[in-house]
Every structure is written in C-alpha cells, then in structure tokens.
Ligand binder design. Sequence first.
Ligand SMILES: Cc1cc2nc3c(=O)[nH]c(=O)nc-3n(C[C@H](O)[C@H](O)[C@H](O)COP(=O)(O)OP(=O)(O)OC[C@H]3O[C@@H](n4cnc5c(N)ncnc54)[C@H](O)[C@@H]3O)c2cc1C
Length: 325
Amino acid sequence: MNGILVVAAVQDGRIKRSSLEVLSRARVVAADLGVACDAVVLHPDAAGFAAELHEYGASTVFAVSNPIFSTHVNTPVLAGLEAAIARVSPRVVAAASTEAVKDVLGALAVRVDAAVLPDVASFSASADAVTGERPVMAAKMMAETSTTHPRVLVTVRSGSYEATKAPVQGTVQEVDFAFNDDSLVQTLKEVVRSATDTVDLSEASVVVAAGRGVRDETGRQLVQDLASTLGAAIGASRAVVETGLFPATAQIGQTGKVVSPDLYFAIGISGAIQHAAGMLNSRVIVAVNKDPDAAIFQYAAYGLVGDLFKILPLLDAELKSVVGS
Ligand SMILES: Cc1cc2nc3c(=O)[nH]c(=O)nc-3n(C[C@H](O)[C@H](O)[C@H](O)COP(=O)(O)OP(=O)(O)OC[C@H]3O[C@@H](n4cnc5c(N)ncnc54)[C@H](O)[C@@H]3O)c2cc1C
C-alpha cells in the first residue's frame, strides 16, 4: 500500500501553517498504517523548503521546481501535482483546504482518478477506507464520509490540527517538470491585496473581527488600531461587510473564510451560527458586546460587556503597554 503525500503550500516565502497542520496529522495516520508520509512542494525553488518539512515529519520531499509557481495559476499547478502524484503514486493526497487547492481539486481528482473528501475537520485511514468528518448545516452537525476508493484526495480545514514538529532524516527528490507558458489560455497579470490584508486572515495567529456594532468610520479605526497593536489580521461579519465598512474578503463564516487563530477578538458581533461556523476553531475567543445575552458569549473564554467605543481605546492602551514592554 502506498503512503500519504501532503501538498505543502508556500506563501510569502514560508510553508503555510495550515499545510504544517495537515502534515502533522498525516504523519500520525501514516505511522499507524505503517506507510510513508511524504510531501510535495511546487515553487521556483521547491527544494529550499525540504528542511522545514523534514522537521514536521515528511520523509521524502518531492520538489517540483519551476518559475511558473511564483504565483498561483491553476493550469501549471494542476500539471505539477499530477506529475508528483504519478511519480509517488500515493494512496492519500492530503492538503490544507485553501482557495488555491479548491481551485484545482475537482480537475485533479478527475486526472488522477481519485475520490475526494473535501474540507474535513478530521480524517483517518484504515487498511480498507479513508474517512473524513466535516461540519455541515452551518456547523450544527458533523457528517462522516468514508471511501474505499484506491486513491483519495483529502482537504483539511485550517486549525483542525496542531502543527507540531517530529523531525526525521529525510531526503529530497526533484520531480521532472517542464511547462510551456505558451500553452496557457489565461495569464495572471497582478495580485491586488486588499487594504486590510496586511496579515493573511486564514493563516493569522491573532484576528480582530468587527461586527455591525462597529457601525461607522470611528469604530473601524478603533478596530484597525487594536489590530495594529497586536499585529492581527482584520475580519468581519457579513452584516458589517454589507454596510461597506469592511471588504468582502474580510468576511468570516459560513459564506466567508474559516479562521483558526490562537486569539480571536469578536467586536460588536452577535455570534450568529453562520458567523460562528467560521471562527469556532479559534483557541481563545474574546468578545466585546453591549448585550450581556449575545450568543457570542457562549463561545467566548473572556467577555467584556459594554460599549465598544469606550472599551476599545482602553483595551488598546493597555495592550500597547504590555506589547511595548
Ligand atoms: C445563508 C446565510 C449565510 C450567512 N453567512 C454568514 C457569514 O459567512 N458570516 C457572517 O458573519 N454572517 C453570515 N450570515 C449572517 C448572519 O446570520 C448574521 O446576520 C450576521 O453574522 C450578523 O452579524 P453581526 O453579528 O455583525 O450583526 P448583528 O447580529 O446585528 O449584531 C451586532 C452586535 O453588536 C452589538 N453592539 C451594537 N452596538 C454595540 C456597541 N456600541 N458596543 C458593543 N456592542 C455593540 C449588538 O449587541 C449585537 O450583538 C449568513 C446568513 C445566512 C442566512
């Protein structure tokens, strides 16, 4: 039986935390089955990431190096993954459930003849089947899906597992890969980051999220100040995105992004289930809300009941003095 191949995504010159989380889980599943846990990287200098992946337990790092991978364009990414899978012939391919992976997942499954367990919160494997659990109906229920297909693609929601080190003496193997740019029917001209995107929301260890209670430009500035003090990414509820105060890219929840930071501030957010679906994996939740019965307090480890326009300046000043020291 072949092993597990983890797709390790690179962003801003580093392996994404969500990929290391998947690798940390995959190496445990592989060890239980007595099979290899390897990783594949697509990057202009893919082999340069091998040492970090060995630290997290990848035995062999398959490096698919090509300048085309400096930005995400789906055709070459698809071809690169297909080449790596043909070379390794893994039983399970596991990846973080990122936008880039979602972009190629369906086509990849067809090309490598695989079943797909998408967006799972946990996965396991036995000799016969691969099983994934994922939240459904706005995270009110968990659905368990198993497949006995000989090849399975699993994508894992960020924050589902801890990224933990388990160093191995691994090897690196280059995968032959050539890509003719002329064959591209689409070209990526520019990647535009939104103004709030100084820290990547889905990878951030601290998120400050704003709700409709933030109300206006003064509130937005208070949220911005707190995020700057903490080096946090800025998120938002759908209700406040709809007012135009925050961009749609900041939306967290069922129809927005899923985040899993160590620390999540919910500022003027009621805690509707559709919002909670995107942030319940946060390790510590702090809520600021003037309504003591707001649902968000059910999820919060720390709750501040009061007017955010009064609390945020005090909180920011206090945190500045701590962060500054
Ligand atoms: C199919 C579907 C999908 C959805 N997807 C999403 C999604 O992905 N993400 C999402 O967020 N929502 C989503 N929603 C919407 C969701 O149901 C809620 O309407 C939304 O999350 C509410 O946002 P909110 O908490 O900011 O606003 P509200 O529910 O209006 O809450 C505002 C909160 O701010 C507090 N507040 C007001 N003023 C102050 C103040 N001065 N100081 C302190 N607190 C104050 C209030 O007490 C209140 O609790 C979806 C809905 C549907 C039907």
